[in-house]
Design a protein around this ligand. Structure first.
Ligand SMILES: O=C(O)c1cc(=O)[nH]c(=O)n1[C@@H]1O[C@H](COP(=O)(O)O)[C@@H](O)[C@H]1O
Length: 363
């Protein structure tokens, strides 16, 4: 987590902007003329065109936000569900969003919330470690290796593209190619250690991080997470102990392991107790703003130095333009996107200031 801690310090801002676009969060003028372009929505072609158009607009919208906040926030969290919902083109919009954020110098948290049996988790973990070269196990499993020169050259070509951008170092080159542009991903611990271990290994290999769901922000999260076990511990406390264990071999120079914890802003008391229980875990704290969490709710989830946590707001930032009286439907696309960016920036600055004030006031 060293790089994330450094980025937070650089901007004196422990917050992350969530890029969770939906059609309702985009200014309607972005879809002007959609009917003519899409034609008959009840045809396969019409729906495919609509999905492609929405994805292109998501990307345009995200870029305007990234540009507006890249000099004041350290990170973005990109929620894959919003893109996946639109089919294959959505995955490209996800990747291009991550790429745009990465190229703007932002730390990219891929909110992919994966978790599965070990062999499947190993495949998901390629989000971090990169897609392997053709002579490696995953290609053999799909029978794509064995002298398949075409595949070899395809992979080499993708690696070359990256080399041209001057990104990967030699060890990354050996691993494979990196189409996702994520610095960390979220994972679900419900399947236990074998579902998490591949992510920990991949993170270690690729100098990246993971965030494990420990105490989530949503209303029914207590159905399982608060259950009491035989030894008087709640389920989320067991998960917290596992997070510490999974991260024990990867504590960085700043004192945090590669295995962080997701703790909802909507549980201030539990969050404070988890802080003490997981001193080496960086917290990713969603639930600020739209879900009701406030700066004073999350202040106790930071460590004594006011570090060790990053707070996410998605709708509260990317949808801030909707409350701006300066918005009107006659604005041009360019002007509406400028308004989106300006409001996102203002909301992000307000959030930064609120968090820093709450951190100062608690001591
Ligand atoms: O892992 C997450 O990021 C996450 C965990 C959690 O407990 N609660 C939670 O809201 N999230 C995510 O954080 C974002 C919250 O969005 P807003 O409520 O709009 O700020 C969404 O992408 C959620 O999927």
């Amino acid at each position: 987590m060293d790089k994330l801690v450094e980025a937070i310090r650089k901007f004196d801002n422990p917050s992350v902007v969530g890029l969770d676009p939906t059609i309702a969060l985009l200014p309607p003028q972005l879809f002007a003329g959609a009917r003519e372009i899409v034609g008959d929505i009840d045809t396969v072609k019409g729906r495919a065109l609509w999905a492609a158009m929405v994805n292109a607009k998501f990307l345009e919208f995200n870029r305007s936000i990234i540009n507006a906040v890249k000099d004041i926030v350290p990170a973005v969290k990109v929620q894959i569900a919003m893109y996946e919902a639109l089919g294959p083109a959505g995955m490209m919009a996800y990747v291009e969003t991550c790429r745009a954020a990465h190229e703007a110098g932002l730390h990219v948290i891929g909110d992919i919330k994966r978790g599965d049996i070990g062999s499947t988790a190993a495949a998901y973990a390629y989000h971090l470690s990169g897609i392997p070269r053709p002579n490696s196990e995953i290609f053999q499993a799909f029978d794509l290796s064995g002298g398949a020169s075409e595949n070899t050259s395809q992979c080499k070509c993708l690696a070359d593209d990256e080399r041209d951008e001057g990104k990967p170092d030699a060890s990354r080159e050996e691993l494979g190619f990196f189409p996702w542009y994520e610095d960390s991903v979220t994972v679900n611990p419900y399947l236990g250690t074998d579902g998490i271990a591949p992510f920990v290994d991949a993170a270690q290999q690729a100098d990246k991080d993971i965030f494990v769901l420990v105490r989530t922000s949503n209303p029914s999260s207590d159905e399982f997470q608060e259950l009491m076990s035989d030894n008087d511990q709640r389920v989320y406390e067991h998960v917290a102990d596992k997070v510490m264990q999974w991260g024990s071999d990867s504590v960085g120079d700043e004192g945090f392991s590669r295995v962080g914890a997701v703790v909802g802003a909507t549980h201030p008391r539990v969050g404070a107790s988890l802080r003490a229980r997981m001193p080496r875990a960086m917290f990713l704290i969603p639930g600020y703003g739209a879900q009701g969490g406030t700066a004073s709710d999350v202040a106790a989830m930071f460590d004594v130095h006011g570090e060790g946590a990053i707070v996410n707001s998605s709708r509260g930032i990317i949808g801030a333009w909707r409350k701006d009286p300066a918005y009107n439907s006659a604005l041009s696309i360019e002007d509406s996107l400028q308004l989106v960016g300006m409001n996102a920036r203002r909301a992000a600055l307000d959030m930064r200031d609120a968090l820093n004030t709450a951190l100062k006031e608690r001591s």
